[in-house]
Design a protein around this ligand. Structure first.
Ligand SMILES: NC(=O)c1ccc[n+]([C@@H]2O[C@H](COP(=O)([O-])OP(=O)(O)OC[C@H]3O[C@@H](n4cnc5c(N)ncnc54)[C@H](O)[C@@H]3O)[C@@H](O)[C@H]2O)c1
Length: 313
């Protein structure tokens, strides 16, 4: 039987790639989005497929649809956007999770939560493994996102324990690729846009803080594997690329690939900015048979090509 798969946040950066990926398999895909940070252009190329449907809906309100699987991605992911209306961000994570879990319970759907490495906060353990509980500021400017996502995980596991839902939780580390927004303030899109426009590249602090970057195709592959994993495997499971780069190294690679003459300019560190972030992905490797394949160099090539077209036509 053809599966009916719902993706909340389906018009966003990751959601649109997931819609595209799932349409390569038999089944129907329902994209639910309130277009807060998502864009119609991200999914315009899918509109001709009769198995694809779009619904404008805010997940903080209940939803009644018949589906077999739910990927819950709805939530602004970049600090600029999630801090713009922090109360709505928490509502989206928490009320959104309650509504989607309620729906999954009613229609007996399997449900996957797009959680985040931000649940580890500014970690004291490096690299971060799933057993680490994190070090999160509950009252800072990032808390609406971090604590909202932590509470969503709690709800997923309570629905699993209490109502025996088939849940899947992935903790996503920094992911990049085509369809990121040029204005979202995330480091990869920031640096690329600044390099392409010949503007100064803003490095926060010394630029020695490290991040690991996962290319979007690798991430989507892991999410689909997770949804298909055996019933008993709930996660949480880290998904990301463990190869670490300093912000300086990233900026230099982008300057090289764009042939840009932009200068590197140091700016103050934002509040609660984590110093170091790298996933321990041994659980994903063992349980999902997954490892990232795309190198930073290749992933940046695709992403730069996307932004070049977006900016210069
Ligand atoms: N991209 C990353 O590096 C990353 C890292 C960790 C976690 N995540 C998680 O993955 C998910 C997708 O992230 P993304 O990078 O694609 O971000 P995004 O902002 O591009 O996508 C989020 C989507 O959710 C939609 N949305 C927001 N609030 C909504 C609401 N109340 N109702 C319905 N739709 C709503 C937005 O319009 C957008 O289409 C998010 O849950 C995010 O927390 C992403």
């Amino acid at each position: 039987m053809n599966k009916r798969i719902m993706i909340t946040g389906g018009a966003g950066f990751l959601g649109s790639h997931l819609c595209e990926r799932l349409l390569r398999e038999p089944g129907e895909v329902l994209c639910v989005d309130n277009f807060y940070t998502g864009r119609k252009q991200n999914i315009a190329h899918l509109m001709g497929d009769h198995r694809f449907e779009v619904m404008r809906h805010d997940v903080t309100f209940p939803l009644y649809v018949e589906v077999d699987q739910i990927y819950n991605l709805a939530c602004p992911a970049s600090p600029i956007h999630y801090q713009f209306d922090p109360v709505q961000t928490t509502k989206t994570s928490v009320h959104g999770a309650i509504n989607m879990l309620g729906l999954a319970k009613r229609v007996k759907a399997r449900i996957l939560q797009a959680s985040t490495s931000e649940v580890y906060g500014d970690p004291e353990v490096h690299p971060q493994h799933e057993g680490y509980w994190g070090k999160v500021n509950p009252i800072g400017v990032r808390s609406c996102y971090d604590e909202g996502k932590r509470c969503a995980e709690t709800l997923f596991f309570d629905y699993w324990r209490q109502h025996h839902l088939q849940i899947k939780v992935v903790r996503i580390f920094n992911t990049y690729g085509p369809r990121m927004r040029p204005d979202d303030g995330r480091v990869v899109s920031n640096f690329i846009v600044q390099a392409l426009k010949g503007e100064d590249i803003s490095i926060y602090g010394e630029g020695l803080q490290t991040r690991s970057f996962c290319y979007v195709d690798d991430l989507i592959d892991a999410m689909v594997r997770m949804m298909k994993s055996p019933d008993g495997f709930t996660g949480p499971v880290n998904i990301g690329n463990p190869t670490e780069f300093t912000m300086l190294a990233l900026a230099e690679e982008i300057l090289r690939q764009t042939n840009s003459a932009s200068r590197l300019v140091h700016r103050p560190l934002p509040e609660d900015d984590p110093r170091q972030r790298r996933p321990d992905i041994s659980l994903a490797q063992k349980s999902l048979g997954w490892s990232p394949r795309v190198s930073l160099e290749d992933g940046l090539k695709e992403t730069i090509a996307y932004f070049r077209t977006l900016i210069f036509g």
